[in-house]
Design a binder for this molecule. Structure first.
Ligand code: URA
Length: 491
């Protein structure tokens, strides 16, 4: 026998939860329930179907039954999102998960389970829709009725993919707290009057309104559009075409894209006659090169002093200082990283920031004393891109690495380490010119000139960037194993 259950299915978890509880308490198997949307009744009345219009009239349970079903909080959070999805299969999926959770308490941790995967997929899609709505709602001011005074009123039309209006409404309440607004959508509406946030699940019709706020949006958009940063593919992913019909600025986009190249060329032409940023530092460095006496570089200290004035590439212009290698001049083991990071640039010492902490931990787990090692970088100046108040790391290019190799080669010559470790692809390239996959060389001992041995491992910053916690832990363990093995070899 099939039990049919009719729901409004407009993003409200309670109606599904009440129905699901009753089914669960009655021991009804997932396959026995036909979840339907109201208004979808036709074609149902075959001989085997039992219709429970909203389950409150279910023959086995009454309104006064107290039903306690305990479920993990993670399931409730997931269900709150999934129930907003527009896929008609969402109710059955949630009930299957609920039913299985009775026996499999840790079901949600099984990342490969098809039901869990499907639910997470829906959760993600609802999250994406939420973010698109927060980004693409455009308010238009509605004039107050003639002769009245009061708060300004705004209206917006939006077309979400899922039933997310009630979920996203508190965001708009916080963000646009000081004005009255209505957001209407075909999947429900929300309004705020300074005191009460109201939501409705009723579909709304798109009204025909246009006003000068559209012109404001267009002007704003055209003024923030930066042709030099245009990445059409990324832009289309971030702002898919389906949203364009409700964005006043959308009809500007094709023209701005088409004109971007010419605009960039024009910017380039204008910039060519302007001095480079940090021009004064370049000039000062050039003047010093002429003025400084030629000194003999035969100790690591004289090399370090010389490197303070390095202007072999442009990176010195933006960096605070040269970050030279450090450690005993007779160290057996030399570690080579990529380039100093933000913190190292300020402190003037290698590996003192977050990557340095990972490195130090690995050393101490391997029983190695950092004070016995010579630690340096392939590139001695911090390369970054300013973003607001932050300086975002940028990978040095081949030319920069090749220029800076001048210093690294001399460091090796003066320290004469028996073992060198290249941490990351930049160090590996600097030491060997090898540009292919680092993993192909990892774990092997490579014979270098003068009987030295080279080992290759990943850069600790790479570990910091792995988003998945499980994978990060695995890779961290591998890195620590590499350092342990290298330490044993060097000893
Ligand atoms: N990353 C490096 O490669 N070197 C440092 O000194 C810091 C971070």
């Amino acid at each position: 026998m099939t039990a049919s259950c009719f729901l409004e299915g407009r993003g409200d978890l309670t109606e599904w939860r009440d129905a699901a509880r009753r089914f669960l308490m009655a021991g009804i198997e997932p396959a026995e329930i036909d979840w339907r949307l109201r208004g979808d009744e036709q074609g149902l009345f075959d001989a085997t179907a039992t219709v429970f219009p909203n389950l409150r009239s279910s023959p086995t349970l009454t309104e006064t039954d107290t039903i306690q079903v305990s479920v993990p909080l993670a399931f409730l959070r997931l269900a709150e999102a999934v129930v907003c999805h527009s896929n008609p299969g969402r109710f059955a999926l949630l009930y299957r998960l609920l039913f299985r959770l009775k026996q499999e308490r840790h079901l949600l941790d099984v990342k490969s389970d098809v039901d869990v995967v499907a639910a997470h997929g829906m959760h993600k899609s609802v999250g994406r829709d939420y973010h698109k709505m927060t980004a693409f709602v455009r308010f238009k001011e509605m004039p107050l009725p003639a002769g009245t005074v009061g708060r300004r009123r705004f209206f917006s039309w939006f077309e979400p993919d899922h039933f997310i209006v009630a979920r996203v409404a508190p965001f708009f309440q916080r963000r646009f707290n000081d004005m009255d607004w209505i957001i209407a959508t075909p999947r429900g509406s929300a309004s705020w009057d300074g005191e009460t946030l109201r939501t409705s699940t009723q579909p709304a019709q798109k009204p025909d309104i246009s006003d000068e706020t559209e012109e404001l949006w267009r002007t704003y958009y055209a003024s923030i559009f930066n042709p030099a940063r245009l990445k059409v593919k990324m832009m289309m992913t971030e702002m898919p075409k389906k949203y364009w019909r409700n964005l006043p600025e959308a009809d500007l986009i094709p023209g701005l894209i088409a004109g971007a190249e010419a605009q960039v060329m024009d910017m380039g032409r204008r910039q060519a006659s302007e001095p480079l940023p940090f021009h004064h530092r370049l000039q000062a460095a050039a003047a010093q090169v002429q003025a400084r006496p030629v000194v003999e570089i035969d100790t690591i200290e004289s090399l370090r002093q010389e490197a303070r004035h390095c202007s072999r590439c442009d990176l010195h212009c933006r960096a605070t200082q040269t970050v030279f290698g450090e450690g005993p001049v007779d160290a057996r083991l030399m570690i080579v990283g990529e380039q100093p990071g933000d913190q190292e640039d300020l402190e003037g010492r290698p590996f003192t920031g977050p990557a340095g902490r990972i490195f130090d931990e690995a050393l101490s787990l391997a029983g190695l004393d950092r004070r016995m090692l010579y630690v340096t970088n392939a590139v001695k100046h911090f390369k970054y891109e300013p973003r607001g108040k932050r300086r975002i790391h940028r990978r040095p290019n081949m030319g920069e690495v090749q220029q800076c190799r001048w210093w690294l080669t001399r460091e090796i010559h003066l320290v004469q380490p028996k073992v060198i470790v290249a941490m990351g692809a930049t160090a590996l390239f600097s030491l060997t010119d090898y540009k292919d996959r680092l993993e192909d060389l990892r774990g092997r001992s490579i014979v270098m000139e003068e009987g030295r041995t080279l080992f290759v491992t990943v850069h600790p910053s790479y570990l910091l960037r792995i988003p998945d916690e499980g994978r990060r832990a695995e890779e961290l363990a591998r890195f620590r194993d590499d350092i342990r093995r290298i330490g044993r070899f060097a000893a």
